[in-house]
Design a protein around this ligand. Sequence first.
Ligand code: ATP
Ligand code: ATP
Ligand code: MG
Ligand code: MG
Lengths: 168, 168, 158, 158
Amino acid sequence: MKLRRLEISGFKSFADRAVFSFDDGVTGIVGPNGCGKSNLVDAIRWAMGEQSAKHLRGRAMEDVIFSGSESRPATGMAEVSLTFQNDGRLVPPQYAGFAEITVARRLFRNGDSEYEINKTACRLLDITELFLGTGVGTRAYSIIEQGRIGLIVSAKPEDRRAIIEEAA
Amino acid sequence: MKLRRLEISGFKSFADRAVFSFDDGVTGIVGPNGCGKSNLVDAIRWAMGEQSAKHLRGRAMEDVIFSGSESRPATGMAEVSLTFQNDGRLVPPQYAGFAEITVARRLFRNGDSEYEINKTACRLLDITELFLGTGVGTRAYSIIEQGRIGLIVSAKPEDRRAIIEEAA
Amino acid sequence: SKERFKETFQLVNDRFREVFPRLFRGGTAELQLVEDPAGGEPGVEIVAQPPGKKLASVNLLSGGEKALTAVSLIFAIFLIKPTPFCLLDEVDAPLDEANVGRYNEMVREMCRSSQFIVITHNKQTMEATDSLYGVTMEEPGISKIVSVKLSPSATAAA
Amino acid sequence: SKERFKETFQLVNDRFREVFPRLFRGGTAELQLVEDPAGGEPGVEIVAQPPGKKLASVNLLSGGEKALTAVSLIFAIFLIKPTPFCLLDEVDAPLDEANVGRYNEMVREMCRSSQFIVITHNKQTMEATDSLYGVTMEEPGISKIVSVKLSPSATAAA
Ligand SMILES: Nc1ncnc2c1ncn2[C@@H]1O[C@H](COP(=O)(O)OP(=O)(O)OP(=O)(O)O)[C@@H](O)[C@H]1O
Ligand SMILES: Nc1ncnc2c1ncn2[C@@H]1O[C@H](COP(=O)(O)OP(=O)(O)OP(=O)(O)O)[C@@H](O)[C@H]1O
Ligand SMILES: [Mg+2]
Ligand SMILES: [Mg+2]
């Protein structure tokens, strides 16, 4: 499964819809402090099923919805969708027939949530299970958040074991 | 009191004696990873009376003595001395008559310690008291160690209070 | 004593309200005293709003914004009660070019009353110093120092 | 299961022993299983010795050395069990020029089997990417993306 596209709308500082397409190889993301780069990491983790607001630097899950700026009012919803190309590797059997697999997550300000896989409504559990099988969702070593690389060296021995267990 | 000179010998990676002289203004310290820049910060804190090995990235105070490299054996002692110019500001009364104030600290591998102010043997307490009066020894806001600036934002409210109390 | 803390807190807070918008080129910030639920002395909270953004928890700020907010507070405390020297170890690491520039401008201003020693990997910061020491390890494991720059004219060569 | 962990641990350890000296241009490192005093599963310790230096606690290493040691372990795990993509957010921040170069060389090698997305402020890293997205905030508080580079020929201009 190869990550091909990230669509983000109303999520944190991405008030307007933005689309990233990822080619093979190394993609760099640059920009000034506070412009939204790490918010993209949060968006990817959220779309893959992250349920802890603390892990997204928030206090409540509602914190991921664009809360407004001096020139714009808050939006009523946050939406992120990830599109993967089925390259035959690590694809769960029930999606083996699809050329692309798109996962979408929406959160409304009233607290309602929506989840979709290939435009079909599903539960959050279906999304986390999809990723569990692929090795994509393992946060421990495939996503290194800002400032956290040093923690591996200062971590407790059992936490380091947990990272290796993710690969086992 | 202005910091004029730092002499370091046998302390951490400074196996050989090195002398830094500081002029007024901004002094930069540069070099590749692991070459010894932050060890200088440890040396300054140690000379001012730091008693916690953990605050110097060590497990025991003996860790500050040069422990050898592939080409050199360990040294038997670590020594750091700081020389201040008496500019009339913030100088404790008993040293008001000196043009310069030099503080020296030595640790031997057998555990013995020596402390000196202006070449006169003294106790560690005399050194910490000297700095307490000058505001130099306040670690909380005049020495920002590598990787610690972010902690101020994530600190507990009482820890932030403590930093401001240092200035009170 | 409680009185002196309250006094210092006021002074630091006023300074912090000035330094933050200077480093952020706008925006507002302040310190707030919050009651200790355990009944101890009140703690200090930071409220910060970068220019054009809406006020939110300081935890949602970016890595660079958090560092610059912390620097604003440290510099504010420093301006109220300077110490003879100030050691900053790689404080500029998470900052972008524009923020590194403003950070160095303030360091330059404050170094009139105190000596500033900055450890850095950043070329902009190196150029902003008055003198520069290089630490090398030609012999593995053994630190040695080299004086790299002693005057503005040498900066171009550095 | 315990068997599978032991097996994976061996593979990762062998890889870690190779990756560390490659990123550090020498030196040695390995992982060790340590008994849990509380009687649980054994934990994992890192033993690392940069080239020419004497073996000591990993805590005494410098900020950059710690980061590069952690990167060596992450890359070793990744080589044993690649994931479809890998996101690295400002991992190069504490590294000096030479280390940034070796880090980027390895990322380039590993990106044949997976996509790598690196967030960075570092010019060397920017030049090592195949494509580059810029995130801007022209309207304060509102993020917008711009595609900056799509081919090697554009690198010179970036
Ligand atoms: N729900 C939200 N609504 C609006 N803005 C938000 C929301 N959540 C976070 N932000 C803003 O997003 C910004 C942080 O973005 P991010 O962490 O992605 O920055 P960055 O580009 O990684 O910067 P740096 O280089 O400093 O790490 C903050 O200024 C924060 O106020
Ligand atoms: N007692 C000791 N004897 C010999 N070497 C030591 C001792 N204590 C620490 N070191 C070495 O000093 C080095 C760390 O130096 P330091 O932290 O000053 O690096 P640095 O220049 O700040 O690097 P960075 O840019 O990565 O922060 C480590 O490689 C460590 O092994
Ligand atoms: Mg960031
Ligand atoms: Mg350092």
